[in-house]
Write a protein of this length. Sequence first.
Length: 101
Amino acid sequence: MTSKINCWEFKECGREPGGLRAEELGICPVALDGAADGIHGGLNGGRACWVVQGSLCGNRIQGNFAQKLGACLVCPFYQLVEEEEHNFLDKTDILYKMKYR
């Protein structure tokens, strides 16, 4: 099975546990969010960052799903996952699993 790329790998932010910038800037909640583990084949929230509240995309703390979705829709990583996954936005089970964060 081929491993799918997580957002921190794609963006090379270094904010994952053990990442180059984790000690300096902190670990992104996406890399720690076990509730999102396995969604779209990612590690923790690594392929569902768009639904993880408080992600650190763009070196800024992002809001919840509704607050940040507009920015996510134009994100190259979001677009990659959308392209790779079938029925991407039809997966309401993702939001239920994440408890509407």
